[in-house]
Design a protein around this ligand. Structure first.
Ligand code: ADQ
Length: 457
C-alpha cells in the first residue's frame, strides 16, 4: 500500500479558490491518484486576531486543512518577506528587495506555526511534500516538532547564483531550513547547480559519492524535476466551444491580421516593457509590417499592494499608449493590452490562433505559458514560440526562437522572423517542441519527484 501523501502550498485548490491553475491541477491529481491525502495551506482569509487552528474539510478524496493569517502575518510574511525579499532576490532583482528584519520575523512565525499545525496532522509513515518559497523553513519546524518521516521540497522559482542568494541577510537560516528535507527539487539544472555550489562553498557541505550532500549534520539530495503541463488537456481546451468562441471574438477584432500574443501575470520578472518596446521597434524598422499584425498582451495585476507592481502598471500603460499613438491608424490598433485574467479555455483558444507567442521573462523558474502555447497549436499550421533564454523552459525548448529579453533589437528581429517564418520551418520546430512537452508532462514531474523521495525510505 502506498504511503499517504501530505502536500503543503501557500495557496491550495480548495473549492472556491479562484486561481485553480496548472499547479493546482497537478497536485490534486497527485493526491487523487494515491487514493487521497491531505492538502495543507493558507485559507486565503486574513483575520484581525490570531487564530491557532486549522479548518478541516473533505472534498472527494482530499482532506483540506486550511489556516488563516492575521493581518500582521499577511503583511510581514506574504507581502513582506515572501514577495518583497525572496521573490526579487531569487529573480536577480536585489535592487527591488526590501530586507526588513520584522518581515523575516513574520516569515519565521508563520513557518513555525504552520509547521507545528502540519506536524499534528501527520503520521510517521506519511510522505510530506512542501512547495515553494513561502515555506522554506517549514520542514525544519516539522523536524523540531519531532516528526522524522519522509519529506521533500520543490522550489517553483529560480534558485539564484550563490553571489546573489547571499545578499539575503538570512541566507544561512534559509539553507538550514532546506537541509531539513530529504529531497529538494528544482526546475532546472541551472538552479540545482546554484544550490549545490552554495552548500559546498558557503555552508561547509561535502558532496558524497552517491551525489547527495552532507551539510548541517544531515544528508540531502538536490535534483532537477522540471515542471510540465497536461498537453492533451490543453489541446482539447483549445478547440472547445469556449476556446473557439474566444478566438472568434478576437478574430473579428483584428480582422485577418497576424496575432502576436503574450499572457503573463503582471510581474516585473516577466519582461513586459521590454517586450512592448521590441514590438514597437519592429514596427519602426519594418514599415511593411505596419497594419498587418496586432499584438495582444493579457496581464492581470498581481500583488497590487506592492509598490513595484504599481510602477510597472504605470510604465506599461504609458508604453502601450505611446506605441499606439505613434503607429496606429484609423482602422488599426497595434497593441491591445488587457489587465485582467481569462478562463483557461479562452487562453487556449487564443494561443491556437496566435502566429507568434512572446514569452520573454527577464528570469523565470520554468514558465508554463511556453508549454501551454505549444500544446494548443494546430499541427498543420503551428505558431512560433519566441522564448527568453532566461526562462527555465529554455533548457528544454531549444527549438523555440531563443532571445535575450534585454536585447530589444534582437527581439524585434525575432518577432519579424517569427511572423515571416515559412510553414515547413514552423512545423519542424513545433514537432520538436511538442515532443518534449509530451515527454516531460505534469505526470512525469509528479511521479519522478515522489519516486526519488520514496527511494530514500
Ligand atoms: P508563474 O510565475 O505564475 O508561476 P507560469 O509558469 O507562466 O508563471 O504560470 C502562469 C499560469 O497562469 C499559466 O498556467 C497561465 O496559463 C496562467 N495565466 C497567466 N496569465 C493569465 C491570465 N491573464 N488569465 C488566466 N490565466 C493566466 C510560477 C513560476 C514559474 C513556474 C510556475 C510553476 O514563476 O516559473 O513555471 O510557478 O512551477
Amino acid at each position: 500500500m502506498s504511503r499517504r501523501l501530505i502536500i503543503a502550498s501557500n495557496r491550495t485548490a480548495a473549492p472556491g479558490e479562484p486561481r485553480a491553475g496548472g499547479l493546482a491541477v497537478a497536485l490534486s491529481d497527485a493526491l487523487n491518484e494515491r487514493g487521497g491525502g491531505v492538502w495543507f495551506g493558507w485559507s486565503g482569509e486574513v483575520v484581525e486576531r490570531e487564530t491557532r487552528g486549522v479548518r478541516l474539510f473533505a472534498d472527494g478524496a482530499i482532506d483540506f486543512a486550511l489556516a488563516d493569517l492575521t493581518q500582521a502575518e499577511h503583511d510581514g510574511f506574504y507581502l513582506g518577506y515572501s514577495n518583497r525579499a525572496l521573490w526579487p532576490v531569487f529573480h536577480y532583482r536585489t535592487d527591488l528587495a526590501h530586507f526588513d528584519e520584522e518581515d523575516f520575523a513574520a516569515y519565521e512565525t508563520v513557518n513555525r506555526r504552520f509547521g507545528r499545525l502540519l506536524a499534528q496532522l501527520t503520521r510517521p509513515e506519511d510522505v510530506v511534500w512542501i512547495h515553494d518559497y513561502h515555506f522554506m523553513l517549514m520542514g525544519a519546524e516539522m523536524r523540531a516538532s519531532g516528526w522524522d518521516g519522509l519529506m521533500g521540497f520543490f522550489l517553483h522559482i529560480p534558485f539564484p547564483a550563490p553571489e546573489v542568494f547571499t545578499a539575503l541577510p538570512q541566507h544561512q537560516r534559509l539553507a538550514r531550513g532546506l537541509a531539513a528535507f530529504d529531497l529538494v527539487g528544482f526546475q532546472t539544472d541551472r538552479d540545482t547547480a546554484n544550490f549545490r555550489r552554495y552548500l559546498l562553498e558557503h555552508c561547509g557541505g561535502v558532496q558524497r559519492e552517491d551525489g547527495t550532500i552532507r551539510v548541517f549534520d544531515r544528508v540531502l539530495r538536490a535534483e532537477t524535476f522540471s515542471i510540465g503541463i497536461d498537453p492533451e488537456d490543453f489541446a482539447r481546451l483549445a478547440v472547445s466551444p469556449e476556446g473557439r468562441s474566444a478566438a472568434e471574438r478576437l478574430g473579428r477584432m483584428i480582422e485577418n491580421r497576424a496575432l502576436v500574443f503574450g499572457v503573463d501575470r503582471m510581474d516585473y520578472s516577466k519582461g513586459l516593457p521590454q517586450r512592448m518596446a521590441a514590438f514597437g521597434r519592429m514596427l519602426d524598422e519594418s514599415p511593411g509590417m505596419r497594419g498587418t499584425v496586432s499584438f495582444l498582451q493579457i496581464a492581470p495585476p498581481s500583488r497590487e499592494s506592492v509598490d513595484a507592481y504599481q510602477a510597472l502598471r504605470a510604465e506599461l500603460d504609458g508604453l502601450a499608449g505611446r506605441i499606439n499613438a505613434d503607429h496606429g491608424d484609423l482602422d488599426w490598433v497595434p497593441i491591445r493590452y488587457l489587465a485582467r485574467g481569462y478562463p483557461r479555455e479562452a487562453l487556449a483558444g487564443l494561443y491556437r490562433i496566435a502566429r507568434v507567442a512572446l514569452v520573454t521573462p527577464l528570469y523565470d523558474g520554468m514558465n508554463l505559458v511556453a508549454k501551454e502555447f505549444v500544446a494548443a497549436q494546430d499541427p498543420e499550421d503551428p505558431g512560433v514560440l519566441i522564448l527568453s533564454g532566461f526562462a527555465g523552459a529554455a533548457e528544454q525548448m531549444p527549438d523555440a526562437l531563443l532571445v535575450n529579453p534585454h536585447d530589444i533589437a534582437g527581439m524585434a528581429d525575432a518577432i519579424e522572423r517569427g511572423l515571416l517564418m515559412p510553414i515547413d520551418e514552423r512545423k519542424e520546430r513545433w514537432n520538436a517542441l511538442i515532443t518534449g512537452v509530451r515527454e516531460k508532462d505534469i505526470a512525469w514531474w509528479r511521479v519522478s519527484f515522489l519516486k526519488a523521495l520514496e527511494e530514500r525510505a
